[in-house]
Design a protein around this ligand. Sequence first.
Ligand SMILES: [Zn+2]
Length: 54
Amino acid sequence: MPKHMACREQGMDCDFEITDEHEAEMVDFIQIHARSQHDMSVSEDEARDMMETT
Ligand SMILES: [Zn+2]
């Protein structure tokens, strides 16, 4: 099952969203995006918590 994460669903005013079959890959994308666009440090657990199964 692919996972989905959207910044807007996390309460952020941002159009970033991602859908990916590979959770580990998605954690990387979320961490990179959070750091570069939101100046936020997101742990692996936090990134996983943001994901929803589509
Ligand atoms: Zn964002």
